[in-house]
Design a protein around this ligand. Structure first.
Ligand SMILES: *[C@@H]1O[C@H](CO)[C@@H](O)[C@H](O)[C@H]1NC(C)=O
Ligand SMILES: *[C@@H]1O[C@H](CO)[C@@H](O)[C@H](O)[C@H]1NC(C)=O
Ligand SMILES: *[C@@H]1O[C@H](CO)[C@@H](O)[C@H](O)[C@H]1NC(C)=O
Length: 271
């Protein structure tokens, strides 16, 4: 049995890893993609992520389940890829300006390492809820490259090709996995008009003294501080999430706003 995977972002690579872990020989897997790890394009999303483990679903049961599976599996992946792979554990603090869904908190408390709810007297101004736990941080560009290298050693074949029509994939295998992401929009034979981009902007600084994550879930925006493993002390500050915005430019006003928000992130209540 052979398999073909369309797309070489984190979803395509992770799909290949899952196949290998379930006993498929690497040489029976072909990943076909317009972009491969190491590339930089606005249409290649994965390397731009911050990237932290943090649960994005407010309450959806299936997503909460996926989050748990992901968190639990990352330890095995780190062990497999070895030190310096761009994936590591970091202490994390998250604040919400509103009360998160109880189902989410129950789910998180059941598996996150060192999970604790912050007493309300210790919350910063404007925060309604907070937790601490040990999270996973990614150095996304590095992790993608290391994962690709590992898969290549198992025999996985990488083909750089821009697929115009999904039918072309069946030249490679009879079983095809769709891991396209934003590319699904213009994919012939399977155009998905419902998929849209979400523009982000982050600031990357060098800060050896910052070794913990901070996140603040606001009603308007999410603010975060994410140290990047194996990067020489880089820290990602953010962020923005603008649905349906294709603009690739960066704005000084947004940079200033990110620095202002992240500087205040941990501020304690004034007495
Ligand atoms: C990114 O994808 C969009 C939509 O398919 C396309 O219009 C645009 O030209 C692409 N940009 C680059 C730099 O490839
Ligand atoms: C951190 O995780 C949250 C929840 O999944 C997500 O919304 C956010 O985009 C992540 N941040 C980065 C920079 O990857
Ligand atoms: C492929 O996956 C994308 C999401 O990544 C989705 O939008 C699209 O509808 C899928 N296409 C097919 C043919 O399954």
């Amino acid at each position: 049995m052979t398999f073909a995977i369309l797309g070489c972002g984190i979803v395509g690579l992770y799909t290949a890893l899952n196949l290998v872990e379930s006993g498929v020989r690497g040489s029976e897997i072909t990943i076909v993609a317009e972009y491969l790890p190491g590339d930089q394009s606005i249409n290649y999303t994965s390397p731009w992520a911050g990237g932290n483990f943090s649960c994005i679903s407010p309450d959806d049961a299936q997503t909460l389940h996926f989050d748990r599976t992901t968190y639990t599996h990352l330890a095995a992946i780190q062990k497999l890829l070895g030190s310096g792979c761009g994936l590591d554990r970091r202490p994390s603090t998250e604040y919400w300006e509103y009360l998160p869904d109880q189902r989410k908190i129950e789910s998180l408390s059941s598996y996150l390492q060192d999970f604790a709810i912050i007493p309300s007297s210790q919350l910063p101004e404007g925060a309604a809820f907070g937790i601490t736990y040990v999270s996973w941080n990614f150095n996304c560009p590095k992790f993608l490259e290391v994962l690709k290298e590992y898969l290549a050693t198992t025999g996985v074949v990488f083909v750089r090709r821009k697929i115009q029509n999904v039918d072309e994939m069946f030249e490679f295998a009879r079983t095809v996995f769709n891991c396209t992401g934003i590319g699904a929009r213009g994919l012939g034979g399977a155009e998905d008009e419902n998929i849209y981009p979400a523009r982000g902007q982050v600031v990357v600084i060098k800060a050896p003294h910052i070794n913990e994550n901070r996140m603040r879930w606001g009603t308007e925006d999410v603010t975060y501080v994410i140290p990047r493993p194996d990067s020489g002390s880089q820290v990602v500050l953010g962020g923005y999430l603008q649905a349906n915005n294709w603009c690739a430019d960066t704005w000084k006003t947004e940079t200033d706003d990110i620095i202002r928000r992240t500087s205040q992130l941990g501020a304690k209540k004034e007495c």
